[in-house]
Design a protein around this ligand. Structure first.
Ligand code: ADP
Ligand code: ASP
Ligand code: MG
Length: 417
């Protein structure tokens, strides 16, 4: 008998029929004698719909009320899934994040889990039922409801798996594993039998939505056996583990992209100590995550520098910089939205010179200019204009020998926005 955590994403429970299929899958595991804890997301586009609804009433709703609203999506799913399992003659009990003992820091919209007290989960498992926990939500010590950031149900699942020492955490989604890139963009993407935590962490941070970055972080730190697989087929999925074997002749494991990048430039800044600290300190205080930073040469004692932020943060970033003009004098700021960041990731890159150069060549061969670059031991990222993104991703996929002849399985695309 194993203890299994099964997580189902929104598209896997988007309709009544899919909910039944998921329930069937859970019952199969329970009937085989395993103890099962399920984590489920809001059905289909529920979270997006709730956000749209809130924006029609308040363009800038309070973060606390947003969390109150968005957590209802997952509560609907857990109750319906539990009822479906009851209708099949088996025992199940649904729980909110709080009932499952998930405590978070007091930060609305993107809280981190601080502690899990899984006593009620253990009791319910001992009683013989399936436990179904609402993903993406928790509660602070002060009793406030929080959410874990978009895509955060993956993190609920992995954190619970660590807390109850599950044998495996299976993430069921609408593709049958982790691919060399988003299989919706590259049809002949390569399904990876395994990938290392570090590579997956980079891919997730760089935009691969298939796993929430914090879920991978949690899995790595707690050594959780993590498998991504399809909720529509029984195909073998992808295992995320400490070290993954690289196929002969392949140095890039995957390609990720982030479609929501803005570049802000501050021109003609007095080149004196403390300037960068002043600008980025003010942005950090305003809660803005800055990604790449590039400072160009100094001319007549004045410097120019550029940085990237998420597209939605650009306006606020520019107004924060305007607000510190007295302390950090500059000539002007410019802001460019609608950019994308494309990245290649592979643990073998560090020992293979020329990998980044091939990326730059493949992009320039398409007549696309690279606006910014950043590198680490296992990744290279380029910021480019949004327009030819798909061509760029496909060209890079071919360049690094990742194309396959096999047909990718993608379930339920018609339900996606
Ligand atoms: P869920 O609702 O199950 O959490 P998500 O939409 O969050 O599903 O994640 C699954 C999606 O991630 C896939 O449909 C696919 O389009 C996208 N994706 C992006 N990069 C990858 C990748 N490298 N491998 C597999 N899927 C990817
Ligand atoms: N329902 C939340 C979202 O859409 C959490 C999740 O699906 O993981 O982001
Ligand atoms: Mg997801």
């Amino acid at each position: 008998m194993s203890l299994i955590v099964m997580k189902f994403g929104g598209s896997s429970v988007g309709t009544t029929e899919r909910m039944q299929r998921v329930a069937q899958r859970i019952v199969e595991n329970r009937d085989a004698g395993h103890q099962v804890v399920v984590v489920v997301s809001a059905m289909g586009d529920t979270t997006d719909d709730l956000i749209d609804q809130s924006k029609r009433l308040n363009s800038n709703p309070p973060a606390r009320e947003m969390d109150m609203l968005l957590t209802t999506g997952e509560q609907i799913s857990v109750a319906l899934l539990s009822m479906t399992i009851h209708a099949m003659g088996r025992q199940a009990v649904s729980m909110t994040g709080w009932q499952a003992g998930i405590r978070t820091e007091p930060l609305h919209g993107k809280a981190r889990i601080t502690d899990i007290r899984p006593d009620r989960i253990h009791e319910a498992l001992e009683a013989g039922g399936v436990v179904i926990v609402a993903g993406f939500q928790g509660m602070t010590e002060q009793g406030e409801i929080t959410t874990l950031g978009r895509g955060g149900s993956d993190t609920t699942a992995v954190a619970l798996a660590a807390a109850i020492k599950a044998d495996v955490c299976e993430i069921f989604t609408d593709v049958d594993g982790i691919y060399s890139t988003d299989p919706r963009v590259v049809k002949n993407a390569r399904k990876l039998p395994e990938i290392s935590y570090d590579e997956m962490l980079e891919l997730a941070h760089l935009g691969a939505a298939v796993l929430h970055p914090r879920a991978v972080e949690y899995a790595k730190h707690n050594n959780v056996k993590l498998v991504v697989r399809s909720s529509f087929t029984h195909n073998e999925g992808t295992t995320v583990k400490e070290e993954a074997v690289m196929e002969q002749g392949i140095v890039v494991r995957g390609i990720a992209f982030d479609k929501d990048v803005a570049r802000i430039s501050i021109l003609g800044v007095e080149d004196v100590p403390g300037v960068l600290a002043g600008v980025f300190g003010a942005l950090a205080d305003g809660g803005i995550d800055v990604d790449m930073i590039v400072q160009s040469g100094v001319l007549d004692g004045k410097a120019d520098f550029s940085f990237t932020v998420a597209g939605g943060d650009a306006e606020q970033a520019v107004s924060i910089i305007a607000g510190i003009r007295a302390e950090v004098p500059y000539r002007e700021t410019t802001s460019e939205t609608g950019l994308v960041k494309v990245s290649i990731v592979g643990a073998g890159m560090v020992s293979n010179p020329g990998v980044a150069a091939r990326m730059f060549r493949a992009i320039s061969d398409l007549g696309v200019s690279i606006k910014m670059v950043s590198t680490s031991e296992i990744k290279t990222s380029c910021v480019i204009a949004a327009e030819p993104l798909q061509e760029v991703v496909r060209a890079l996929h071919t360049t690094y020998g990742l194309d396959t002849a096999e047909q990718v399985f993608v379930g339920g695309p018609s339900e996606r926005r």
